[in-house]
Design a protein around this ligand. Structure first.
Ligand SMILES: Cc1cc2nc3c(=O)[nH]c(=O)nc-3n(C[C@H](O)[C@H](O)[C@H](O)COP(=O)(O)OP(=O)(O)OC[C@H]3O[C@@H](n4cnc5c(N)ncnc54)[C@H](O)[C@@H]3O)c2cc1C
Length: 523
């Protein structure tokens, strides 16, 4: 029997990042993943001979510190920028393009409102200052309000907040307002408002007018690509290439992994984690166990209720896993052309006419209906990345909102083809999709996200990123430091600070805490 220093449950990108940091310190690590491929919601899979980013499809949030420390560029990570990064076509034949260059974006915005064009640099500058303030906090372990030892950390944070001066009220707005209320303070024109609001609704069940969505917006502008703040791009070979680069670092440092290996139980003796039991390959024993699976999978499915304190279980039951997001991937013969634009679109396109339209689609989902006016955020990465598809063939990634996990009528099994029809019909309003040969389609509903990717409720982020589940309250108050009530059991997935998205930070922060506790494990 092989004995490991650390068994990591789940080969999502955070589990892999955590494993890589531990392996670099010469810990003997084993990553166990239930799917046949590593990466979790960060995978490239094959469809009709093409490479498709099945779930996550754009890159920005991943920590440059992690890229550098794990030398991911040496392991094949290649980031591709897009210009223009954002395109919003309108049914009336007009469109809004946002470019990497401020002056070009202002020219575009001025077509709708000169006042908005003037306000745009100020909006970007404010968000940039807030992001610079928050970025170091994302890399830290949140303090525990009830621990005297953490009060100094809290005091330091308080001083930093005061240094924000006139930006402090903006930060409070971002944590409390709706995306619409925040954005419309700066701007008056659609489609600029709706385009910016789309960052606030990703993975959310509410529309852009729901309080709390301004924070989701902030979360989605915190990233960078190749040193350019706030921009999104692609990973050559699809998002799975990110997971593969991290895996190479693990293997180079002597780590191990197993796929199609489903952990059924965390083995606990005297309130200490001592290993895991798997469905396919029996038990694996280790000095510590780290879970990158979501909190429901970890605590409700791999442990028995009496192994956890009652107040901890109660706090876990508050985590909100609701979701209304689906993903549709298409492989098509020919080029997707927009009615109001000549040439291929390299960046993300947003199919939403106004913020009111998005809000109405969210209302449908609230009552368990798949909206007739679905909100689509999509891209054709094969326009920029020639490794994805043969010449003349393209892959289309579509994030589809709002498609509620719980349907008022029928099941997702029955509604899958209806969803695909609705998505194609929506795309056809703006593009030539009906003239293209659809070689393959892949519809991933919230229920598929739960069953296949083990995302409870289909929630993209291992639980909503509402204020009551952020920072010191993520996943639950008193346990934001990646530790759990069970000794030697740690957490490293998106359910922990700083939450979802391809940041690598829960994995990075968890590894730091583990190494702090277990210096003696380092060889
Ligand atoms: C459709 C979709 C689109 C998205 N688009 C983007 C995007 O474009 N950009 C972006 O930055 N973010 C995006 N996100 C969010 C982002 O992908 C996730 O927040 C992130 O991938 C979560 O990473 P993780 O490692 O924390 O968890 P996961 O990726 O969920 O990994 C957890 C892993 O644990 C495994 N697991 C669970 N239970 C067990 C078990 N019992 N035994 C063994 N293994 C188990 C799962 O199979 C999974 O591989 C998207 C998410 C989805 C679902």
């Amino acid at each position: 029997m092989t004995y490991y220093d650390a068994v990591i449950i789940g080969g999502g990108h955070n589990g892999l990042v955590c494993a890589a940091y531990l392996a670099r310190q010469r810990l003997k690590v084993l990553v166990l993943e239930q799917r046949p491929v590593l990466g979790g919601a960060c995978v490239t899979e094959e469809m009709a001979g093409c490479k498709v980013s099945r779930t996550s499809y754009v890159y920005s949030l991943f920590s440059p510190k992690v890229v550098k420390e794990l030398k991911l560029k040496d392991q094949g990570l290649e980031l591709l920028e897009r210009n223009p990064p954002s395109f919003t076509p309108l049914l009336a034949g007009r469109s809004l393009l946002l470019y990497q260059e401020m002056a070009r974006s202002q020219e575009e915005i001025a077509k709708f409102s000169k006042k908005d064009a003037q306000a745009y640099p100020q909006y970007e500058a404010i968000l940039d200052r807030i992001v610079r303030f928050i970025d170091p906090i994302l890399h830290q372990t949140p303090p525990d309000f009830n621990q005297k030892g953490d009060w100094l950390k809290l005091l330091r944070l308080g001083f930093k907040l005061l240094k924000l001066k006139k930006d402090l009220p903006v930060l409070v707005d971002l944590f409390s307002l709706s995306a619409y209320d925040f954005v419309s303070r700066y701007f008056e024109s659609e489609p600029l408002i709706s385009t910016l609001c789309t960052d606030g609704i990703i993975g959310s069940i509410g529309g852009p007018m729901s309080p709390g969505t301004a924070y989701v917006l902030l979360h989605h502008v915190m990233g960078e690509i190749n040193g350019h703040r706030g921009r999104w791009g692609y990973v050559r070979g699809g998002l799975g290439s990110l997971a593969e680069a991290i895996l190479r670092t693990i293997l180079l440092n002597g780590g191990h992994y197993k796929t199609s290996c489903d952990v059924s139980e965390i083995l606990v003796y005297n309130n200490r984690a001592i290993g895991v039991m798997t469905k396919q390959q029996g038990a694996f024993y280790s000095k510590i166990v780290v879970s990158g699976a979501d909190l429901h999978n970890t605590f409700s499915l791999m442990l028995k209720p009496d192994q956890l304190p009652a107040d901890f279980r109660l706090a876990l039951s508050d985590i909100d896993y609701r979701s209304a997001t689906s993903k549709v991937n298409l492989v098509v013969k020919g080029e997707l052309k927009f009615n109001c634009y000549t040439g291929p679109v390299p960046g993300t396109f947003h199919l939403c006419e106004t913020s009111q339209e998005i809000e109405k689609a969210a209302d449908d989902a609230k009552y368990g209906r798949i909206s007739d006016r679905l909100i689509l955020e999509g891209c054709v990465p094969s326009v920029v990345d020639d490794t994805l598809a043969p010449l003349g063939t393209h892959v289309i990634s579509l994030l589809v909102q709002y498609t509620p996990y719980k349907l008022a009528e029928g099941s997702w099994q029955e509604k899958k083809s209806e969803l695909l029809d609705k998505v194609i019909a929506r795309l056809a309003e703006y593009t030539n999709i009906v003239d293209l040969d659809i070689l393959a389609s892949d519809v991933i509903t919230p229920v598929d996200l739960e069953n296949d990717f083990k995302l409870t409720g289909g929630n993209l982020f291992h639980g909503m990123m509402n204020l009551n589940h952020l920072f010191s309250f993520r996943p639950v108050p008193g346990f934001a430091n990646y530790r759990t009530p069970i000794e030697n059991l740690y957490l490293c997935g998106s359910g922990t600070h700083p939450g979802g998205g391809l940041t690598g930070l829960p994995g990075h922060n968890a590894a730091r805490e583990i190494l702090r506790d277990k210096k003696w494990l380092c060889k």
